[in-house]
Design a protein around this ligand. Structure first.
Ligand code: ADP
Ligand code: ADP
Length: 227
């Protein structure tokens, strides 16, 4: 579970990036943050792994106040999926994923096995695991990025515009696969997207932000449409 309570953040000289933001991402469910560019979506997401700290308010992850957590340990306990996968260009696919398992303390052999297992979950198999990121399509890179976020065993995932760079033709497939994976694995997911359709496909709860404030918060996509 992730909770935000009265979270406020103002960058030096700027307007509010977050203004008294309060919401909960229940365990095992997905919440999407949507809103126009500059609304504060990325700032809220980055607060969860302490890449940005709030000026005031409290954030908890699985019951713990994150400000009592060491940022490095905190980041290892949270999977982070970036646009375009965020893969290391000079490592092959298998190494990109295995490296994260290794950072979490697994042996070389175990890291490799876990990497292969998680790559299999997202449909990256066979000779493809020896390729380098530039030898993959945007969609395939994004799959590897998801495997990498999962391999550490984190039950909390942050996804920043995860499919923004993916060919629209396959984005839908990737979204439904991600949705199924979220359900099967029971992850707690906070997702940033400016694609409202994506939020509808992926999220159990949608939070609409504008100028750092929550303007609408709905338990289900249907509620958001007033259905
Ligand atoms: P990305 O989201 O592609 O990783 P950045 O990390 O550079 O991009 O920035 C995240 C967001 O913060 C963007 O919306 C960007 O416009 C904004 N931003 C970053 N640095 C500044 C700054 N110094 N002043 C104003 N806005 C900034
Ligand atoms: P979004 O992800 O919804 O596009 P951001 O969280 O990136 O929004 O930005 C929210 C506001 O904070 C914007 O006005 C942006 O310019 C500002 N901002 C973001 N990052 C920085 C930064 N590092 N320094 C100054 N202002 C920033």
């Amino acid at each position: 579970m992730i909770t935000f309570t009265d979270v406020t953040k103002r960058y030096p000289g700027g307007t509010f990036a977050a203004h008294n933001v309060t919401f909960t991402v229940p365990a095992g469910s997905t919440t999407a943050l949507v809103g126009p560019s500059g609304a504060g979506k990325t700032t809220l997401l980055r607060m969860v792994n302490r890449m940005v700290d709030p000026d005031s308010g409290t954030i908890t992850v699985n019951g713990r106040n994150i400000h009592d957590s060491d940022p490095v340990r905190l980041r290892r306990s949270i999977g982070y999926v970036l646009q375009e996968g965020g893969l290391l260009p000079h490592r092959n696919v298998l190494d990109n994923v295995a490296l994260v398992a290794k950072l979490g303390g697994a042996s070389t052999k175990e890291s490799k096995e876990r990497a292969l297992h998680h790559l299999g979950l997202v449909g990256i198999e066979g000779a493809m695991v020896r390729r380098y990121p530039h030898q993959l399509s945007g969609g395939q890179q994004q799959r590897v990025g998801v495997a990498r976020a999962l391999v550490g065993g984190a039950d909390v995932l942050l996804m920043d515009e995860p499919f923004g760079a993916v060919d629209p033709m396959i984005r839908r497939d990737l979204q439904s696969e991600t949705r199924r994976l979220q359900r099967d694995l029971g992850k707690t997911v906070l997702l940033v997207t400016h694609d409202i359709d994506e939020a509808f496909v992926l999220a159990d709860q949608i939070i609409v932000l504008r100028q750092g404030g929550v303007v609408a918060q709905q338990g289900s996509p249907a509620e958001l449409l007033g259905q």
